[in-house]
Design a protein around this ligand. Structure first.
Ligand SMILES: [Zn+2]
Length: 382
C-alpha cells in the first residue's frame, strides 16, 4: 500500500509512505510510483503521525459520565464520594456486561486515533480488536484500593514483568507518603510505571521506570496535576487519558489541556504519545520509520496553519485514516472513492459531528446492544 503526499507531524516535512506486510517499508520525500493491484492513496492537505499510544485507560469505564462535583484531596476521598452521591448512575452503567463496555472502550480509543491502549485492570474478556490492547504488565490498582498490594508487588514469579500502579493521586501529605511506601516495599526492585504522580517529587521519581501523566483526569479530581516539568528530568513521561469517569472522551482536548500547562515542550508532549511509551512498553511502533509497525494516523491539515498547530488542534472528526499493523481500521468517507476495492462488509458507518467514518467491525450494532442494557446511555457518535 502506498500513501502519498503527506506532511509529517510535527516537522511538516513531505512524506510518502510505502507499507508492506504490516510494516513501514519506506518513508521518503519522493513520490512512490503506484503499484497495480495494491492500494494507492493520494492525500491533499493532510498530516501523518504515528498511531497514538494511550498509556492509561480503564476500558470498561468509558460509558460512565464524569462523576464528581467538587475537587478532592485524593482518589480515596473521590471514590467514597462518588459511591455515596452517584450510586444510581454507577449502577446503571454496571448493568451493561463488562465485555460490551470494554469493546466500547476500544472504539473510544480508535476514533481518537489511538492504535495501542494500555488497559489498567483485569485482562479484557474478548480480543477481536481493531487496535492493540496491551496487557503485558502487571496491574496493581493502588496502595489504598488493592489489599495486599505489597504481596503482588513482590511476587518473585513476576519479577521481570513491569508493574503499572496508580500512585500519588492526591494533593495531601498522605499522597506523597503513599509513594514512599510503594518505593520502600519494592524489594525486588521491579520496574514500576507510576500512574498520575500528582504528589510525586523529583527524588521519588528516580525509583520509577516511567510516569503516566493524565492531566485531564487530575484537574477534574484535584485541580492539580503532576509536576512533569521537573519529573521529566528523571524519567520518561507517557501520556494517558484515563476513563470518562474523570474526563471527556475526546483525547485531543486532554492533549490541548496538557499543552496549555507548558510543562512539556511540543516535541516532548508529542514524544509522550509516541516514542516514550513505545520504548517503555516495548512496542515496535511510535515512529514513522522503516521496519516499524504500520500504526499511523492521517488527519486533515488546518488551512493556513503550521503542521504543529494542525496536530495539536485536531479533533476526532479531522481524522481521515487510522492504520493498525498495516490494516485500515478507520477511514473518512472522503477517501471512499480511492478505496473502492476495499471489502466494505468488514466496516460499519458512524457519524461524528458532520463527518462520516467507516470503522472496522460493527460499532452501531455494539451501541444498540449496549442500549438494551441502559436506555438513554450517551455516545459521542451516532
Ligand atoms: Zn486509572
Amino acid at each position: 500500500m502506498i500513501l502519498n503526499n503527506l506532511k509529517t507531524a510535527l516537522s511538516g516535512d513531505p512524506a510518502n509512505i510505502r507499507i508492506k506486510e504490516g510494516s513501514i517499508d519506506d518513508i521518503s520525500p519522493l513520490w512512490h510510483n503506484a503499484v497495480s493491484g495494491h492500494l494507492n492513496l493520494t492525500f491533499n492537505n493532510a498530516i501523518v503521525f504515528p498511531g497514538i499510544i494511550n498509556s492509561h485507560d480503564h476500558l470498561d469505564f468509558n460509558l460512565f459520565p464524569s462523576l464528581g462535583d467538587r475537587t478532592y484531596s485524593n482518589y480515596t476521598e473521590w471514590g467514597q464520594y462518588i459511591h455515596a452521591h452517584f450510586k444510581d448512575k454507577i449502577d446503571r452503567v454496571l448493568k451493561i456486561p463488562v465485555d460490551l463496555r470494554e469493546q466500547w472502550g476500544v472504539y473510544k480509543n480508535l476514533i481518537n486515533g489511538v492504535t495501542t491502549v494500555i488497559n489498567h485492570g483485569k485482562k479484557i474478556k474478548k480480543h477481536c480488536d481493531p487496535i492493540t490492547v496491551y496487557e503485558h504488565c502487571q496491574c496493581i490498582h493502588s496502595v489504598q484500593f488493592e489489599k495486599k498490594w505489597w504481596l503482588s508487588l513482590n511476587n518473585p514469579l513476576k519479577k521481570n514483568v513491569p508493574v503499572a500502579i496508580h500512585t500519588g493521586e492526591g494533593v495531601d501529605k498522605e499522597s506523597g507518603e503513599e509513594i514512599d511506601r510503594l518505593i520502600k516495599r519494592n524489594l525486588l526492585k521491579r520496574n514500576i510505571i507510576g500512574v498520575h504522580g500528582v504528589a510525586m517529587k523529583e527524588e521519588q521519581a528516580q525509583a520509577f521506570k516511567a510516569l503516566v501523566w493524565c492531566p485531564e483526569s487530575n484537574y477534574f479530581l484535584l485541580n492539580k496535576s503532576a509536576p512533569v516539568n521537573q519529573l521529566k528530568k528523571h524519567i520518561p513521561i507517557l501520556f494517558g487519558t484515563d476513563s470518562t469517569l474523570t474526563g471527556t472522551w475526546n483525547l485531543w482536548e486532554h492533549i490541548r489541556r496538557a499543552r496549555a500547562t507548558r510543562q512539556l515542550t511540543d516535541s516532548e508532549l508529542f514524544d509522550s504519545l509516541t516514542v516514550n511509551p513505545a520504548k517503555t512498553w516495548g512496542l515496535n511502533s511510535g515512529e514513522l520509520a522503516p521496519g516499524k509497525d504500520a500504526d499511523l494516523v492521517v488527519a486533515r491539515e488546518k488551512t493556513g496553519a503550521r503542521t504543529v498547530e494542525s496536530f495539536f488542534g485536531l479533533d476526532p472528526q479531522d481524522i481521515l485514516l487510522v492504520m493498525h499493523k498495516g490494516d485500515i481500521v478507520l477511514f473518512d468517507e472522503e477517501l471512499y472513492p480511492q478505496l473502492k476495492s476495499i471489502e466494505l462488509e468488514h466496516y460499519s458507518k458512524i457519524y461524528e459531528k458532520s463527518t462520516c467514518k467507516y470503522v472496522a467491525g460493527n460499532l452501531p450494532a455494539l451501541m444498540r446492544t449496549i442500549e438494551q442494557y441502559y436506555r438513554g446511555v450517551s455516545f459521542p457518535i451516532i
